[in-house]
Structure formats: structure tokens, C-alpha cells
Design a protein around this ligand. Structure first.
Ligand code: 13P
Ligand code: SF4
Length: 322
């Protein structure tokens, strides 16, 4: 038995002994995804955290995701194997900044992407993920003004698809913002038959939507038959399985490729940009997962008053999308 196999065996044994569940985001290292009980996008992971019967959730993802799980399941022990696994996008807005933005726009409704701290969620009316941003915006009465934060590309995407006027916070994820239209043009040139699938956090999103408006085919909301699809990481998995295409260009963090290839061995997947790697996601390793289970560290807890407020925006999202 090699070292990795020993680690995996020990993780499985402890998981059973402690009635723990391992949840992993689609960007995690392949070996971490493979040991997980459940892998998924931010929305699916929140739903899984809400439904699990386990006593302990080992959250293999970034801090805001573990925080969300803890807010949804306050009676469970939520552990993150490395508490330094943050998110550069969530760091673009803090509670003080949101308070002043709200003050300037007292009649607006606040929609916060799940990539935010618990404090920011507590000041928000609705939470959303990339899988349901359009759906959430559409559920808000037409006469309401909307503040969307913190991702400007996802915000612009939601505004374009819904036709709503939305005030958008100028935040971005350094990994996705780095995926530019030129990357996709180059890849499309090299792989002309490939279907393009794009995460709406990408820096190329606005340009692609503009291009679509001027003749190129996109599906707009991820449900059509166009050549470019804008999808959450969970949506990418579903679509790749169902599509008759045999070759795809994937514009998102490269961790996504592991599951796509595993689930579709007869199809070919190319990353739009090889260097699109989230260093925070990759901080979670198998030895850290084992240590987390052994020592029950690092527990993620949100102060009760903030958790209760934040939960309202998350529950609203889960109700709308269930
Ligand atoms: P998904 O909700 O599509 O998994 O995206 C989460 C994320 O952090 C993207 O960078
Ligand atoms: Fe945050 Fe970007 Fe990493 Fe997603 S890929 S966790 S948005 S830094």
C-alpha cells in the first residue's frame, strides 16, 4: 500500500468512526475530490450541508463556503482543513463598505454572491450563486432597484440576461478575471470543433455577451443550443454529459477538468487558460484533511447574531431555487 492509499484508508476509517462527511468543491485537488462523499458547485454544496445527517462536515473548499455550511447547519461541527484558504473575490468588499453603499442607495435590494463573508451576507437581502444569479434577480419585483456584489462580471451577466438595471460592485476574482477573450479566441482557433463553456465570473464574459449580441451564438441563460454556454461549475458537469459535442473548451479554474474528464472518458476537455489556478482551493491537501479529522480542526463558527441575519439571505436563495 503506498502513502496516498494509507492516507485515504485512514481518512475513510475516521470519517466512519466520527460520523463525518467530506464535501469538496469542483476546484479541489483531484485526490481531495476523489476522497469526498460529495463534490459540487457552491449551490449544491450548500444544499448538501443543509441536508446531511453527519455530525461533522469537513469542508474542502474556501473559507466563505465553510462559513456558509456553518450558518446553514449551526448544530454541526464544520471543519476547514486549512483556515488560510480564503477568496480574493470575497475580500473585495467588507461590511463597512457595504453599509456605506446601502446608505447611498437606501431603497435598493442587495443581492450578494455567495463568495462573501458572513458579515456581508448578514447585510444582504438575497444570497446567490453562479448557478442561480439570473433566477434570483428575476424573482425580485421589477420596481426594486438592485445592488449586486461583489463580482462585476457575474453582475453584468445577470443584468444582461434579465434586462434589469443593476448597480454592480467592481470586484473580481483574480483567477477568472485573467481568462480573457483572446484566450478563448486562440483556443477556438486551435480547436474549431470544440464547444465553449464559460463560468460567468470570467473576464471574457462581457465581451462574449457583446459578441453574441452582434451575431455569434450563445445560449444567454445556459439552456439553449448556442456555441457558447455560460454555466456554474455544477452546470458545466451536467451540460458536458448531456451535450452531443465530443470536445470542449472550459473557461474556469482548472480543477474543474478532473471531474469533467472522469465523468466523460470519451470526450476531450481543454482548459481555456492553463494558468487559471486558484491557490486558495489548492491549499487543501489529503494530509490536511486527515489532520482535520483527527484533531477536529479548524472549526468554523459564525457569531450567532451574524449567522441568524446571514441565514435569512441564504434561506431566501434556497427557497427560490428548491
Ligand atoms: P460555483 O458556484 O460555480 O462552483 O463557483 C464558485 C467559485 O468560487 C467560482 O470561483
Ligand atoms: Fe475565490 Fe476566485 Fe478562488 Fe473562486 S477561484 S474561490 S472566486 S479566488
Amino acid at each position: 500500500m503506498n502513502d496516498t492509499m494509507k492516507l485515504e484508508e485512514e481518512i475513510k476509517r475516521l470519517k466512519k468512526e466520527k460520523n463525518a462527511v467530506i464535501l469538496a468543491h469542483n476546484y479541489q485537488l483531484p485526490e481531495v475530490q476523489d476522497i469526498a462523499d460529495f463534490t459540487g458547485d457552491s449551490l449544491a454544496l450548500s444544499q448538501e450541508a443543509a441536508d446531511t445527517e453527519a455530525d461533522i462536515i469537513v469542508f474542502c473548499g474556501v473559507h466563505f463556503m465553510a462559513e456558509t455550511a456553518s450558518i446553514i447547519s449551526p448544530d454541526k461541527k464544520v471543519l476547514i482543513p486549512d483556515e488560510k484558504a480564503g477568496c480574493s473575490l470575497a475580500d473585495t468588499i467588507n461590511a463597512e463598505q457595504l453599509k456605506s453603499w446601502k446608505k447611498e442607495n437606501p431603497n435598493s435590494v442587495v443581492v450578494s454572491y455567495v463568495n462573501t463573508t458572513a458579515e456581508v451576507k448578514a447585510l444582504s437581502d438575497y444570497c446567490c450563486t453562479s448557478a442561480n444569479a439570473v433566477h434570483i434577480v428575476n424573482s425580485i419585483p421589477e420596481d426594486k432597484e438592485i445592488l449586486f456584489l461583489p463580482d462585476m462580471f457575474l453582475g453584468a451577466y445577470a443584468a444582461k440576461v434579465t434586462g434589469r438595471k443593476i448597480d454592480i460592485w467592481p470586484g473580481e476574482c483574480h483567477v477568472h478575471a485573467g481568462i480573457r477573450k483572446q484566450d478563448l479566441d486562440d483556443m477556438q482557433h486551435t480547436h474549431p470543433e470544440a464547444e465553449m463553456i464559460v463560468h460567468p465570473e470570467c473576464g471574457c464574459t462581457t465581451n462574449l455577451l457583446y459578441q453574441a449580441e452582434n451575431g455569434a451564438s450563445t445560449n444567454g441563460n445556459g439552456n439553449g443550443n448556442g456555441h457558447i454556454k455560460f454555466l456554474s461549475t455544477g452546470g458545466m458537469l451536467k451540460h458536458a454529459k448531456e451535450s452531443p459535442s465530443k470536445e470542449f473548451i472550459i473557461a474556469t479554474e482548472t480543477g474543474m477538468l478532473h471531474r469533467l474528464r472522469k465523468d466523460n472518458p470519451d470526450k476531450v476537455f481543454h482548459p481555456a487558460r492553463e494558468s487559471a489556478v486558484c491557490k486558495y482551493m489548492k491549499m487543501i491537501t489529503l494530509p490536511k484533511v486527515l489532520r482535520s479529522l483527527e484533531e477536529e480542526i479548524v472549526e468554523v463558527k459564525v457569531p450567532l447574531d451574524i449567522a441568524l441575519q446571514a441565514k435569512k439571505s441564504i434561506d431566501r436563495m434556497l427557497e427560490i431555487t428548491s
